[in-house]
Design a protein around this ligand. Structure first.
Ligand code: ZN
Ligand code: ZN
Length: 340
């Protein structure tokens, strides 16, 4: 049996490179040779023993934002063959629970996920059921494609908003990777006038130009004074969640995308929620969003490459997750790189 390199989380806050056997796909599974794997806030949570969309129990290989090339398929797999370029939706729904039966797959009671509850892309090869594997077109690079999963989470958020129209004014709270994806998506879904908050003048000035924003607000020195019809919170801290609800027009919707710590709460003016008839909505993972994301990245309507700041090796990942190696912005791991 051939061997491969895997970055294994052996315990909370501990990872090791191991030599492992290349996994054998089950009958309905695809074996993927990893090209690139993105690292996100969820991985930081999982590394520190906190839950993401689900709990990760060591030993486990993280990596839920993956692109790669099919290396082998199980005997019941119909739509994939060796050499196909693919992305993998990490989320595997049970198709049996109440929420799956009523079409709200993101709330599945038996959710399993590649890179969370089963081994993911931070290793040379990983397996996934055929039903969560998607073909990507030749013109889409594997590096860009590894952002399919985060983009699809943002697409899901846009899908569960209501009544978006071009006259509306949107605020994105935070200027991280997801915030930059939302700035592009809001425009595609119909809102043109977009402001963004952040904490560093240099970054904000660049983002204003790059993302064609209306206004940027450095919240370390200025208050948010305008009111908005759509607010997307992309930080997940109590103070930014408060800002999100406060910065609303009557009838506004506030999308809570940033993931707070379990047990975290924030203050709200409940009379204002009544008086303004606010919609405050959470957004969890990404059902039925990969097809849209593949279309948006393939035709260039959404750009990710200018915002993929750090290209890491597998060996560099533990230091980045532990915070001993300080990196700014989005990190992606070049596992086997541009395979084809
Ligand atoms: Zn992620
Ligand atoms: Zn289910």
């Amino acid at each position: 049996m051939s061997k491969m390199k895997a970055l294994v989380m052996t315990a909370k806050q501990h990872m090791e490179i191991e030599d492992r056997d290349v996994p054998t796909p089950k009958d309905d599974e695809v074996l993927v040779e990893t090209a690139y794997a993105g690292i996100c806030g969820t991985d930081h949570a999982l590394y520190n023993g906190l839950p993401g969309s689900a709990d990760a129990t060591p030993p486990i290989v993280l990596g839920h934002e993956n692109s790669g090339v099919v290396s082998a398929v199980g005997k019941n797999v119909k739509d994939f063959k060796k050499g196909d370029r693919v992305v993998v939706d990490p989320n595997i729904y049970c198709d049996k629970c109440f929420y799956c039966h009523t079409g709200r797959y993101e709330l599945c009671e038996n959710l399993s996920a590649v890179g969370v509850t089963r081994d993911g892309g931070l290793e040379d090869y990983f397996t996934a059921p055929e039903k969560v594997v998607y073909h990507i077109p030749d013109e889409l690079s594997l590096q860009t494609a590894c952002s399919m999963e985060p983009l699809s989470c943002a697409v899901h958020t846009m899908k569960i908003t209501e009544n978006i129209t071009p006259y509306q004014h949107a605020l994105i709270i935070g200027d991280g990777y997801m915030a930059k994806l939302f700035a592009q998506l809001l425009r595609i879904y119909g809102i043109q006038n977009i402001d963004m908050t952040g904490r560093h003048d240099d970054n904000l000035a660049w983002e204003k130009k790059e993302l064609n924003l209306n206004k940027v607000i450095n919240t370390t020195k200025e208050k948010i004074t305008d009111k908005y019809d759509m607010v997307i919170e992309c930080v997940g801290k109590p103070e930014t969640q408060e800002q999100a609800v406060e910065a609303t027009n009557p009838g506004a919707q506030v999308m809570m995308f940033g993931v707070g710590a379990p047990g975290q709460t924030f203050n709200m003016n409940t009379y204002e929620i009544f008086k303004k008839q606010l919609t405050i909505k959470g957004s969890m993972i990404n059902p039925h969003s990969f097809e849209d994301s593949i279309a948006l990245l393939s035709d260039g309507s959404v750009k990710v490459k200018p915002f993929q700041n750090n290209i890491l090796t597998l060996e560099q990942v533990p230091g980045v997750l532990a915070g001993t190696d300080k990196v700014q912005g989005k990190s992606i791991v070049k596992v086997n790189g541009d395979l084809k």
